[in-house]
Design a protein around this ligand. Structure first.
Ligand code: ADP
Length: 402
């Protein structure tokens, strides 16, 4: 039987999965993927092959109240019934926060899980959902190896100065510092950049991960030296529904003058702000682009998004001491022709020049001229989790054998 890993990315009402065949040599190979949506309500399950063709799907009624546990066990049973020649040997999890303790992926045991649970206050909207499936698997499939892969880990090599806030020292000792996120995506881009341009892979690069969550990362020789997200995934660029960098005094104003509770303020900053908040219309770039010609608020939301990206790239260029290349990735970065064109237009002063035809075509290199280069590189966070899972298990079985 062929050993397979499941890679899980759990959200509040969704569970995304990809199944990878393990390889003795080389990287794991994705064989199918899918997701559960609407968990807790009318849930839907779909599995697709590598060509995107639907292999199976199922819908539950709201009354079924399918939760994460039932979804996970449905997936395990589905694998057993439909993939008889494949054996599930491990599960790799996306975990948003690894704190200071975890600078690389780790095989999860009870002590690790407890340590990860102490980080819930640092990422209250993501960490609990990421940890829940780990607990479920420990209870329902005891002995199944599980590997936690962190969004923060890629940034752990940054200098002390790059990760500091100018707060009293005791705050740092409490773990209040910049961590940075989207590390699995940046890890992937750093790992494939040499296939696009070997010289650039060793140079000064800004990667723009522009999805519903959005951040930028400055890479020097493939390592993260600075990033726009900080203590939480709220910092930096405006996002689909998150505000991005904000004067902290706005929060005091919300609490003191507007009498919002901390939970109400948090909800506004995480779920009602960003593209959605400014446009009053949608967090979806496609919708905003389709309305921008006639709706000035939709246009402002896009203009602010692009303006902040350009300003933050300027800041990361300062951290890098210049720039050799810019990479666009994730939903907006990979697909939105206009956002890429507008960002590059905002960077003409830095020597960037757009190759309009390549940008329209979504081609690999979208810059022209002798200045710094610009690229579109589709990200693949799940592959990084699969690679890390295979790497940790390889190391763990070598330890057991020795
Ligand atoms: P997540 O952070 O949830 O993984 P994605 O990386 O899927 O998000 O990005 C979602 C964003 O990408 C949305 O704003 C969506 O409108 C945008 N997007 C996806 N496809 C396109 C497209 N063809 N043109 C413009 N924007 C797109």
């Amino acid at each position: 039987m062929t050993p397979v890993f499941v890679v899980l990315n759990a959200g509040s009402s969704s569970l995304k999965f990809q199944v990878f065949e393990a390889r003795d040599e080389g990287q794991p190979c994705m064989v199918f993927k899918g997701l559960f949506e609407g968990l807790g309500g009318p849930a839907h399950f779909v599995v697709k092959g590598t060509d995107g063709a639907i292999l199976d799907e199922m819908t539950w009624s709201a009354g079924d109240k399918l939760g994460h546990e039932e979804a996970l066990m449905h997936l395990v049973t589905w694998l057993r019934q439909h993939q008889e020649d494949r054996k599930l040997v491990a599960i790799g999890h996306r975990v948003v926060h690894g704190g200071e303790a975890f600078s690389r992926p780790v095989l999860v045991d009870e002590a690790v899980l407890q340590s990860l649970e102490t980080l819930v206050p640092l990422a209250p909207l993501h960490q609990p959902h990421n940890l829940e499936p780990i607990r479920i698997v420990r209870r329902r499939i005891p002995g199944m190896p599980q590997v936690a892969c962190f969004d923060t880990a890629f940034h752990q090599g940054q200098s002390d100065i790059a990760t500091m806030f100018a707060l009293p020292r005791e705050m740092r000792e409490r773990g209040v510092r910049r961590y940075g996120f989207h590390g699995l995506s940046y890890d992937y881009i750093a790992s494939v950049l040499k296939d696009y341009d070997p010289k650039l892979a060793k140079g000064r690069v800004v990667v723009a991960h522009l999805g519903n969550g959005a951040s930028l990362c400055a890479l020097k020789d493939g390592a993260s030296v600075a990033t726009t997200m900080g203590f939480s995934a709220l910092d930096g660029l405006p996002m689909g529904t998150r505000c991005g960098a904000l004067d902290a005094a706005v929060v005091f104003y919300m609490l003191r003058e507007m009498k919002l509770s901390p939970e109400q303020a948090e909800r506004m900053l995480y779920t009602k702000s960003g593209l959605l908040g400014v446009s009053g219309l949608s967090n979806d770039m496609r919708t905003l682009r389709s309305k921008a010609a006639t709706d000035s608020d939709a246009k402002s939301a896009i203009d602010l998004f692009v303006y902040r990206i350009v300003r933050e790239i300027g800041s990361l260029m300062a951290a890098l001491g210049g720039i050799d290349g810019l990479v666009f990735t994730a939903g907006i970065g990979e697909n939105d022709v206009a956002t890429r064109a507008e960002v590059i237009a905002g960077l003409n002063w830095a020597g960037f020049a757009l190759d309009e035809a390549a940008n329209q075509a979504g081609g690999r290199q979208i810059s022209s001229g002798a200045g710094p280069t610009a690229w579109i590189i589709p990200t693949n966070e799940e592959l990084v989790i699969a690679r890390q899972t295979q790497g940790v298990l390889g190391a763990a079985s070598a330890r057991i054998a020795s």
